[in-house]
Design a protein around this ligand. Structure first.
Ligand SMILES: Cc1cc2nc3c(=O)[nH]c(=O)nc-3n(C[C@H](O)[C@H](O)[C@H](O)COP(=O)(O)O)c2cc1C
Length: 306
């Protein structure tokens, strides 16, 4: 088979991506920070840092601690806020040679609604990822830890926009399938699995937690088997396309996620070490597809379930 016959092109709703390899929120800034370090054309889409209504300075430092096999972070959604995003970041994003997914966060339903309404007016924005892993201040839990709240919030947001709507959920639940079913019922287009797992580390010399926030989100290599299993469960039980991530570091990892049922894969922590990893992984996918005589990645989606 000729390599020219192999295509990585993948449709994210009505958005055509060059490759199903996406950069995950919070690990690629707003794209511009990585100019000169990454080949943007080799990235399917960049998911921005989560935007909240007001600017946020984030949590107390230290905010990042690297463990032997993963990373703990408690960045605390540091971001410039909606207004600066629209007036300063968006005009610059438009000039970058890839697609963008705008990540939206909120601490109440009305905050999410205000942001989605404002972004819906921006014609250059095609896709929104709703970060349902923000702590809800009234409920003291994340929206995606409760299937009713997940359904209610996403249904409201669905009624506010026709842009591609992605729901990013936490793995910190008893049954991820229930949450995925709520996402599907709301009319959202995609589910993004998974955000970080809770974790902590303690400095035995200082006798104190290493993160200023005490605990944080754990990501990277160590979480791959856990995120893969959640993708497997959702694909098996709920008919909704999946953007899968959590610990992906190379093309072999990515292929496991496609075989488990992913339509797209996302790279998070690995971007912080190798910002051009998306290009390497896309090349690795083509090599694998050539060896297996596969023309499109959809041909292996969910194949491990057969
Ligand atoms: C430093 C850091 C910041 C992050 N910030 C966000 C964020 O703002 N919004 C979000 O939805 N996820 C955020 N995440 C989670 C990642 O997007 C990703 O879902 C998670 O890290 C799992 O993937 P990985 O193991 O490939 O990193 C962040 C992760 C890291 C490591």
């Amino acid at each position: 088979m000729k390599t020219t016959e192999i295509s990585l092109t993948s449709n994210l709703g009505n958005l055509k991506l060059n490759t199903p390899v996406i950069c995950a929120s919070g690990t690629f800034g707003f794209g511009e920070e990585l100019c000169g370090l990454a080949d943007f054309k080799s990235i399917g889409a960049i998911t921005t840092k989560t935007i909240t209504l007001e600017p946020r300075a984030g949590n107390l430092p230290p905010r990042i601690y690297e463990t032997r096999c993963g990373v703990l972070n408690s960045v605390g959604l540091e971001n410039p806020g909606l207004e600066i995003f629209i007036t300063e970041k968006l005009p610059r994003i438009k000039k970058i040679a890839t697609k963008f997914i705008i990540s939206v966060g909120g601490f109440s339903f009305s905050e999410y609604e205000t942001i989605v309404k404002a972004l819906d007016l921006q014609k250059d924005i095609k896709a929104l990822e709703i970060n349902l892993s923000c702590p809800n201040l009234q409920l003291k839990k994340m929206v995606s830890q409760n299937k009713t709240l997940t359904y209610k919030l996403l249904s409201r947001l669905r009624s506010l926009t026709n842009k591609v709507l992605i729901a990013k959920v936490t793995p910190e639940v008893t049954n991820i399938v229930d949450i995925a079913a709520a996402v599907k019922a709301s009319g959202a287009d995609f589910i993004s699995l998974v955000n970080t797992f809770y974790g902590m580390s303690i400095d035995v010399e200082r006798l104190k937690p290493r993160l200023g926030n005490i605990y944080g989100g754990y990501s990277g290599r160590a979480i791959k088997p856990m995120s893969l299993y959640r993708v497997w469960q959702v694909y098996k039980n709920v008919d909704i396309p999946i953007i899968a991530g959590g610990g992906i570091e190379d093309s072999a990892d990515a292929i496991e996620f496609f075989l488990a049922g992913a339509s797209f894969i996302s790279l998070g922590t690995i971007n912080m070490v190798f910002p051009n990893k998306a290009q390497e992984i896309s090349r690795g996918l083509k090599k694998y597809m050539n060896a297996k005589r596969i023309k499109a990645i959809g041909q292996i989606r969910g194949k491990a379930h057969d």
